[in-house]
Write a new protein. Sequence first.
Length: 220
Amino acid sequence: MGKTALILGATGLTGKLLLNRLLADKAYECVKVLSRRPLGLQHSKLKVFIGDLLKLEQFESDFKGDEVFCCIGTTASKTQDRDIYKQIDFGIPVSAARLCKKNGIENFLVISALGANAEGQIFYNRTKGEMELAVLKQEIPNTYILRPSLIKGFREEQRIGEAIGAILMSIAQVFLIGKYKKYRAIEADTIAKVMYSLAQTKPKLRIIESDKIEELGCLS
């Protein structure tokens, strides 16, 4: 019998790429997507559940499978209200991890961010760090937290700040060597590929920094 995967954030850049990869894999019999809006995609393996992700408990009866991939995330420019921002970047991944624990799902993969630090002064990094600690507290056997740097890739919704950042980062790439390699921008497809690979191989590594994601992507 084939595996069942659940994805949160399948309408985002990395989530879309991961979804396509899972749908193409014969090892997966069913791919469930939890979303606040329709995907505009049809596939025999695909099941889409529409609802408010800020109230994830409403999906509890359908929150069953072998692996959960959480690609949820927003930006300060897109979500300026800090309370709502935290509900998204902290609340959704942590609620998903709790449902994994409750429903006996042993594989949870989540995208965090480079510089995540629960004790940090920067709100964005602190929120991500607090999310990581809360997720790890669930003690899901195979938990993988990915910390990518600036994510590259085509977005239908262009973000000016990210576009400028990408240009500057591409110029700076050549100087980011040694211990600074983890600050290099990374392709969304590389992140999706590594999330998929981690779910299959289940290594002991739990927190994967951006340079390690790049390295694993080359091996996949």
